[in-house]
Design a protein around this ligand. Structure first.
Ligand SMILES: [Zn+2]
Length: 213
């Protein structure tokens, strides 16, 4: 899909295959949305959450940001698109779940690990620096960690940081404490084709398996 016209063709294929064949389903969607899940995913073209998680139109309220980062309340500006979308999902759509989904080979985390590569890019460097505490903690724990391990732990750590940051908003924390909203951390490893979920009991990500569902 390199060309614009291929995307237009893509829409017409979608119309033929879905819109026209499932008229009742799509006519219901015209009147409103009631997704139960909000997904915060990276902007990366390889990690579209609706495709990876098998979502249909209306299933997922999706927010995408570089490295799936959510800013903490004290750093979210008045014009922050990420947190505005989260606020809409939580307060207006009343979602039951928020998933923060990070992934392997993440360019945003690469930028965090190699700040010299994005030094002249004001908005990118400012955004990924929100995850600096993750890197600082890892450096403190083990200054000599091999680069691939550091990268992986940063990618995973940034997901957990975003979960923590979500809890810095009182309207998120209140719902989590009341049990009406659950937060989930997912990590998609595109090299192995594995979707890993955070397990708080073992304090690590572990592969999801159909047998466990
Ligand atoms: Zn990414």
């Amino acid at each position: 899909m390199a060309n614009f016209h291929e995307l237009i063709l893509g829409f017409h294929n979608f119309k033929e295959e879905y819109l026209l064949k499932e008229k009742e389903f799509f006519s219901r969607l015209v009147h409103g949305q009631s997704p139960k899940t909000l997904v915060i995913a990276c902007c990366d073209s390889r990690v579209d959450p609706a495709i990876l998680l098998g979502g249909r139109p209306g299933d997922l309220f999706v927010v995408r940001s570089i490295a799936s980062i959510v800013p903490p309340v004290e750093k979210a500006g008045e014009h922050d698109a990420v947190i505005a979308a989260v606020e809409y999902g939580v307060k207006h759509l009343d979602v039951h779940n928020i998933i923060v989904m990070g992934h392997s080979n993440c360019g945003g985390i690469y930028g965090l690990l190699h700040p010299e590569k994005i030094r002249s890019e004001r908005f990118i460097s400012g955004w990924v620096s929100l995850a600096s505490p993750v890197l600082e903690e890892l450096e403190h724990e083990d200054p000599n960690e091999p680069a691939p391990v550091r990268c992986r732990r940063c990618e995973e750590g940034a997901i957990l940081m975003s979960i923590d940051n979500l809890l810095s908003y009182d309207w998120v924390k209140e719902r989590v404490d009341a049990g009406s909203l659950a937060l989930h951390a997912l990590y998609y490893d595109m090299a192995t084709g594995s979707l890993n979920v955070w397990n708080a009991e073992i304090e690590d990500f572990e592969p999801t398996r159909v047998e466990d569902l």
